[in-house]
Structure formats: C-alpha cells, structure tokens
Design a protein around this ligand. Structure first.
Ligand code: ZN
Length: 140
C-alpha cells in the first residue's frame, strides 16, 4: 500500500460527478484523506471512499444476505426417506431372496427397509423405521 500524502491521487466519490473518480488529496486526517479535489470537475469536497448508501438500501441488502445464509435442511427424516423409497422399486423380502447394499425391501412384519450391508454368505443388515435388523437371505 502506497502512503497517501497531500497531492496523491486517490479514488474517491465525487459529490458533483456522482461517481467514483480519481481525486487529488488536498488535506489529510491522520493517514487518511480528509479533503480531495476531483481531477474531472476540479471540485473540492470532503473525502468519501464510495457512493453514500441510503439507510433503506443498506437495510434491504442486509435482509437479503440473511436470507441467503439461512441453512437448508440437509438431513432427511426417515419418513422422508421412506416416502421417497416407496416410489422406487423394492423387492419383497424372503429368506430365499438375494439382496445387495442399497436395495429396498418390503418385509411382511417390519415393512419397508433399506439394505445397509451384505454380510457374507447369507445375511443382510436392514434399516427399518424402528431399528436395524439382521436378516437371513440366499437360503434354499
Ligand atoms: Zn467531480
């Protein structure tokens, strides 16, 4: 960052040109420009880094930003998963059936469940609404 001194060109908002333009520093306040002269219209005025924002406009922006950061529900409830799964193809569970990981099965007693893993040679762990169960498969 270059040191700002009287005479240095800085970007500032010109109150006459109504835009951010190059200005020459006329007076300093500490290390920051206090008064500047517009290189375009030669008007001298207090230093403003950017266009002044009206209170109403900034409030609107804040509201918009807050809305954007609202966290989306990422975790599906089991009910939602079930609802989605019921639309997908699923197999009727039987001990003689063969099932793989990710398969949806319909159990006569426990209802709809998702195969979590296949335990060689003839068992599967299935997640049902109430619990995860170990079921037998590949029999017969
Ligand atoms: Zn100007």
């Amino acid at each position: 960052m270059s040191k700002i001194a009287v005479g240095t060109d800085v970007e500032a908002y010109c109150t006459k040109c109504k835009m951010v333009l190059a200005h020459a520093v006329v007076a300093l306040a500490g290390t920051k420009p206090r008064r500047v002269r517009c290189n375009t219209c030669n008007g001298e005025h207090n230093y403003r880094a950017t266009k002044p924002v009206s209170k109403a406009a900034s409030k609107k922006t804040e509201k918009g930003a807050a809305k954007k950061t609202t966290t989306r529900k990422t975790r599906q409830s089991w009910e939602e998963v079930m609802q989605e799964a019921s639309a997908k193809p699923h197999k009727k569970y039987s001990m003689s059936g063969s099932f793989g990981e990710g398969d949806w099965i319909e159990h006569a007693t426990f209802g709809l469940g998702c195969v979590q893993s296949f335990v060689a040679p003839n068992k599967i762990t299935v997640r049902f609404a109430d619990s995860t169960r170990l079921l037998v498969c590949n029999q017969g």
